[in-house]
Design a binder for this molecule. Structure first.
Ligand code: AQP
Length: 330
């Protein structure tokens, strides 16, 4: 059974990525599961090429430093030629209307989010429409059986399922038909400055975002400034006091306790914030140090990256060549 999960280098990895996903991938992932840095998906909106390249390398190092076996990771663009060919085959298997009714496309294009032009469809990149087909290629190329996704991505996995079945029925059996499954989720981490929003690596204002590679004093500063919700004594009430609830949930995720029970242990917000800062710093320390070491060992990181790319290419080569042959190419 192969599960495939990706992380997009749209910014530096943040505490939510770690506590909500990567930590679980490292601890509970199956021996055949695959994890990839989805850098091609970070190009559907305005981006800086040099920054994206550097973020993709950094994200690969973070995954390995987080304890995911180097055998199980790769960078998406390292197999871009095979993915590009397969995306084309799948686009030729997909109707325009199927892509255009993806909810994410409708929402993002309506907001003109692609190039930051409010309401401006003209600035929306075509890749925002076609990226679910690239996502289908990611899944089908590797022969993934299961794709752990949240509600927002479920429709895209359904599209991959539809395209796999349609191709197999029309041209010949090539693809494993994937299923969307519930992800191994940990805590949902909120932005410390605005606890009504989830923490995000590409947030416009990063004052409330703790990045995995932040130095301890930066982590402490951001947590000390975390927004609280009036009152002065910690209590766990996510609806009415989301800021304190977020701090308690992060503390619980790092120390293994229960957020409601932890609230009773701290007499004031200041003491609670110091405890959260200590716990987050200790949680992230080995990852920050391991990532720095890997980024400093260019030869080792290059070796990991090339080996990952070769394995990913080997896994998919027979599928892309069979799909091309059966659809009438070459
Ligand atoms: N705040 C969060 N709390 C818990 N889990 C989170 N994840 C992201 N933010 C939080 C989980 O991290 C995994 C990889 O994320 P992704 O790169 O695929 O996309 P994302 O969810 O869009 O992550 P970001 O950081 O919010 O990126 P941007 O700013 O680009 O949108 C996923 O499993 C995700 O659930």
């Amino acid at each position: 059974m192969v599960q495939l999960s990706g992380i997009t280098p749209s910014g530096h990895a943040q505490l939510g990525n770690h506590l909500g996903a990567v930590r679980r991938w490292a601890a509970d992932g199956g021996p055949e599961d695959l994890y990839f840095v989805s850098d091609l998906h970070a190009m559907t909106t305005q981006h800086n090429p040099a920054r994206l390249r550097s973020l993709a390398t950094e994200q690969l190092a973070v995954l390995v430093a987080s304890g995911i076996s180097p055998e199980r990771v790769f960078v998406q663009s390292d197999i871009a030629r095979d993915l590009g060919a397969l995306t084309w085959v799948l686009e030729c298997t997909c109707a325009y209307g199927e892509a255009a009714r993806m909810i994410q496309f409708k929402e993002k294009s309506a907001r003109g989010e692609a190039d930051g032009k409010p309401g401006g469809q003209a600035g929306v990149r075509l890749s925002l429409l076609t990226y679910p087909v690239l996502m289908a290629a990611d899944i089908l190329l590797q022969g993934a059986d299961e794709v752990p996704v949240g509600e927002d991505q479920r429709q895209h996995v359904e599209l991959a399922r539809t395209l796999a079945k349609r191709f197999n029925a029309t041209y010949g059996e090539v693809f494993t038909v994937p299923t969307a499954v519930l992800p191994l989720t940990g805590a949902r981490v909120k932005d410390f400055a605005d606890p009504t929003r989830k923490m995000s690596k590409s947030a416009h204002d990063s004052a409330g975002v703790v990045f995995v590679l932040d130095e301890p004093d930066q982590v402490r500063r951001k947590i000390r400034r975390a927004r609280t919700d009036g009152g002065s004594v910690p209590a766990y009430s996510p609806e009415t006091r989301p800021g304190i609830a977020n701090l308690l949930e992060v503390l619980a995720a790092c120390t293994g306790g229960d957020p409601a029970a932890l609230a009773d242990e701290y007499p004031s917000y200041g003491v609670l914030k110091d405890a959260v800062a200590d716990a987050v710093i200790e949680e992230l320390r080995p990852i920050r140090e391991g990532t720095k070491a890997l980024l400093g060992d260019v030869a080792e990181l290059e070796r990991v990256r090339k080996a990952g790319a070769a394995r990913a290419a080997d896994r998919g080569a027979h599928r892309v060549s069979a799909a091309l042959r059966l659809i009438g190419a070459g």
